[in-house]
Design a protein around this ligand. Structure first.
Ligand SMILES: C[S@@+](CC[C@H](N)C(=O)[O-])C[C@H]1O[C@@H](n2cnc3c(N)ncnc32)[C@H](O)[C@@H]1O
Length: 296
C-alpha cells in the first residue's frame, strides 16, 4: 500500500467541453481516456453530442482539450489514452488516426507535445491478423497498441527546493526505468469487469502510473471523461485529490452509487453553487435542451 493518506474525491455530473464549476488553473494533472471517434461503440453517444462524422467527433474532443487547458495550472500535464480506429465507410476500409488528430487539436488548444508512450495491449488472439492467407499485398498490420499522449501547458512547473511533497512522491529506480520507456509492455490488466467492458474502462495500472509520474501527493487530478472512475481510485490511493466529470446520465448514476459507498462527494447540477472543494464549484442549473447539455 502507498505510505500516504488517501485523497478526497468529487464526482460531477457535467460536460468535459465546459468543465463548469472547476476554477481556472486549479488542477495539476489531467488523466483521461475519451470516447474514441469511429469506434462503433461510441457512435450513439457522439450523435447525442451532435457529432456524426470523424471531424465532428474530434470537434467534441477539441473543446474538451481547450477546457482542460483552462483548468490546468501553468506547467500542468494532460495525459490522453486514445487508440486509432479501423473502419469501413462507404465500402472503403481505412485507419482513422485518432492519435494524430488529437495531437493537432491539443496543440491548437495551446498545449505543447511531449514524448508519448505506447501501451501494448495484451491480445486475446496474439496473432490476430486482418487478411487472408500469406500472399501480399492486401493484409493489414494489427492495431495492438494504444497511445498515451502527453502534453504540457506552457513551461516546466516551478517547485520550491526540497519540497516535502515532492520527496513523498518519489518512485523507485525500477519504476522509473519501466514507466519512462516508450513502449509499455507490462500493463497486466485487461479492461475491467462487466461494467468496465461496457464503458471501456482502462486498466487501473495506466492512471496509477500517470498519477505517480506527473503529480505530487496532495495535488489535484482531473478526469473529464471519468466513466467508472478508474482514475479517481488510482489518484486517491496515491494521496492525490481527484475530480471526475461524467456526462452520460446512466454512467453517472453508476459512478455516483459506487462513489457514495466509498465516501466520495457526488455533485449534480441540481445543487447549484454547492462548493465541492478548493477551486471547485458545482455547475449552475441548466435549462434542458441544447445539444450536449447535461440532461438531468
Ligand atoms: C472511454 S470512457 C472512459 C472510461 C474510464 N477511463 C474508465 O476507466 O471507466 C469515456 C467516458 O466519457 C463519457 N463522456 C462522453 N462525452 C462526455 C462529455 N462531453 N463530458 C463528460 N463525459 C463524457 C462517456 O459517457 C464515457 O463514460
Amino acid at each position: 500500500m502507498p505510505p500516504v493518506a488517501p485523497g478526497n474525491v468529487r464526482v460531477l455530473r457535467g460536460d468535459a467541453r465546459r468543465l463548469e464549476g472547476i476554477d481556472d488553473a486549479s488542477v495539476h494533472l489531467v488523466v483521461t481516456s475519451p470516447p474514441y471517434p469511429m469506434i462503433p461503440q461510441w457512435d450513439s453517444l457522439f450523435a447525442r453530442l451532435g457529432a456524426h462524422d470523424y471531424a465532428g467527433m474530434h470537434r467534441v474532443l477539441a473543446d474538451a482539450w481547450a477546457a482542460a487547458h483552462r483548468v490546468l495550472v501553468p506547467g500542468g500535464i494532460l495525459a490522453i489514452n486514445i487508440g486509432d480506429a479501423m473502419r469501413t465507410i462507404d465500402g472503403e476500409f481505412r485507419l482513422w488516426p485518432n492519435h494524430a488528430t488529437t495531437v493537432t487539436a491539443a496543440e491548437a488548444a495551446g498545449f505543447r507535445s511531449l514524448p508519448y508512450a505506447l501501451w501494448k495491449k495484451p491480445m486475446n488472439r496474439p496473432n490476430a491478423f486482418l487478411g487472408s492467407g500469406f500472399e501480399p499485398p492486401n493484409a493489414y498490420v494489427t492495431l495492438d497498441c494504444e497511445y498515451v499522449l502527453l502534453f504540457r501547458k506552457g513551461r516546466l512547473r516551478r517547485l520550491p527546493p526540497h519540497d516535502p511533497a515532492r520527496a513523498q512522491s518519489r518512485y523507485s529506480r525500477a519504476e522509473r526505468d519501466r514507466w519512462f520507456s516508450q513502449v509499455w509492455t507490462d500493463i497486466r490488466g485487461a479492461r475491467q469487469g462487466a461494467e468496465g467492458r461496457r464503458t471501456a474502462a482502462f486498466p487501473a495500472e495506466i492512471p496509477e502510473r500517470l498519477v505517480r509520474m506527473f503529480s505530487l501527493v496532495g495535488e489535484t487530478v482531473l478526469d473529464p471523461f471519468v466513466g467508472t472512475g478508474t482514475t479517481l481510485l488510482a489518484a486517491a490511493r496515491w494521496g492525490r485529490n481527484a475530480i471526475g466529470v461524467e456526462w452520460d446520465p446512466g454512467v453517472f448514476r453508476g459512478l455516483a452509487q459506487r462513489g457514495r459507498a466509498l465516501g466520495w462527494e457526488v455533485v449534480t447540477p441540481s445543487r447549484p453553487g454547492a462548493r465541492v472543494g478548493r477551486g471547485v464549484r458545482a455547475p449552475p442549473r441548466r435549462r434542458s435542451g441544447g445539444t450536449g447539455a447535461p440532461t438531468g
